[in-house]
Design a protein around this ligand. Structure first.
Ligand SMILES: [Zn+2]
Length: 299
C-alpha cells in the first residue's frame, strides 16, 4: 500500500485535475465491487445505447480515416468530441442512479483502509480542515454523505477525492488562507456530490465496450481517441465542479474569490511550493470560467 500511496502522491500533484483518472488506473487489477455494479447495469442497458454507439463508431471511423484527424481543432473533430461528450452525459444520467451509494462509499472506505501513514492526519490540521468542512456541508445537496477529511503529511499541494465520503488534502492546503482551503474542500466535496469518480468509471467502461464491439482490430488507435474523449469529459467536470464549489463557498460565508486566488497560486507557484506545471493552459481556462461565473453572480 505504501508503494501505491507514493504512486498516488506523485501522480496527483496536478491537483484537482487528473486524480480521478490516475487513481482509477492504479487499481484496475484489484477486485472492485463498484466496477462490478457498473458493469452489471451497463451490460443490461447496453441495448438501449446501441443506436448511439453505432453512430459514434461510424463517425469515429470516418473522421479518423480522413485528413481532418491531423488537427485536433478541426470542425470535424470538435463535432466528434462534442457528440461523444453528449453520449457520456446521457449514459451517465441513466446509469449513475442505478448504482448504489452504499457500494461507492464502501469501496472508497476500503481503499483508504491502511492508506494513511502514521505521520499523516496531524490532529491540528484535521481539526482545522474539519471546521471548514462542517461549514460547507450545511449547504451540500447530499445529506446522505458523511463527509470526512484525511490529511497527508508533508509539503506539496495535493487534494483528491475518490468517490464516497473521504476528501484527502495535504497539510499545505490546510495552511493556505481559509478562503483558499475552503475552495479546495468545496471543490472536492462537489466532486463527491456529483459522483464524478463513478461517472469517469462508467465512461471508461463504455469506451471498453465500444472498442470491443467495433474496433477489436484497431484497439490501439481508437483506444487513444476514446481516451481523449474521456479526458475531455473529465475536464468538463473540473469546470462544473469549480462553479459548484464557488456557489457552495458563497453560501457558507467564504469569499468565492478564494477559488481564483487558489487557481492563480497553481498557475504561478511560489519558490517555496513544489506545485504543478507552470502555465498549465487548463488552469488559466478554469480561472477565466470562474471569473465569468462570479461576474454573472454579481450582476
Ligand atoms: Zn477536481
Amino acid at each position: 500500500m505504501k508503494t501505491f500511496r507514493k504512486l498516488v502522491q506523485s501522480v496527483v500533484v496536478l491537483f484537482l485535475l487528473l486524480s480521478i483518472a490516475s487513481l482509477y488506473a492504479g487499481e484496475r487489477k484489484q477486485a472492485n465491487p463498484l466496477r462490478d455494479e457498473v458493469l452489471l447495469h451497463l451490460n443490461r442497458e447496453l441495448p438501449s445505447f446501441q443506436a448511439d454507439i453505432i453512430e459514434l463508431a461510424d463517425f469515429c471511423k470516418k473522421t479518423f480515416n480522413s485528413s481532418a484527424s491531423e488537427d485536433l481543432n478541426s470542425p470535424e473533430l470538435k463535432k466528434f468530441f462534442h457528440k461523444f461528450h453528449a453520449f457520456y452525459i446521457s449514459a451517465c444520467r441513466k446509469l449513475v442512479n442505478m448504482i448504489s451509494v452504499k457500494t461507492e462509499v464502501t469501496v472508497s472506505n476500503d481503499f483508504f483502509q491502511g492508506f494513511f501513514l502514521p505521520t499523516d492526519n496531524n490532529p491540528v490540521f484535521v481539526q482545522q480542515a474539519t471546521d471548514i468542512l462542517n461549514k460547507l456541508k450545511v449547504y451540500s445537496r447530499r445529506k446522505d454523505l458523511k463527509y470526512k477529511v484525511g490529511i497527508l503529511e508533508g509539503n506539496g499541494m495535493e487534494a483528491f477525492a475518490k468517490g464516497g465520503e473521504m476528501i484527502v488534502l495535504s497539510e499545505e492546503i490546510v495552511r493556505l488562507p481559509a478562503d483558499e482551503s475552503a475552495a479546495v474542500i468545496a471543490h472536492e466535496m462537489s466532486h463527491l456530490e456529483k459522483r464524478d469518480y463513478l461517472k469517469s468509471m462508467i465512461a471508461r467502461e463504455l469506451n471498453r465496450a465500444i472498442i470491443a464491439g467495433h474496433f477489436p482490430e484497431n484497439s490501439d488507435k481508437f483506444g487513444k481517441i476514446l481516451e481523449y474523449a474521456l479526458a475531455r469529459f473529465q475536464r468538463f467536470h473540473e469546470y462544473e465542479t469549480d462553479i459548484q464549489a464557488v456557489n457552495l463557498m458563497q453560501k457558507a460565508g467564504y469569499k468565492p474569490d478564494g477559488m481564483i486566488s487558489l487557481l492563480e497560486r497553481l498557475l504561478h507557484p511560489s519558490d517555496s511550493g513544489n506545485i504543478i506545471n507552470k502555465d498549465h493552459p487548463v488552469i488559466s481556462d478554469r480561472i477565466n470560467a470562474v471569473k465569468r461565473h462570479l461576474l454573472r453572480l454579481r450582476k
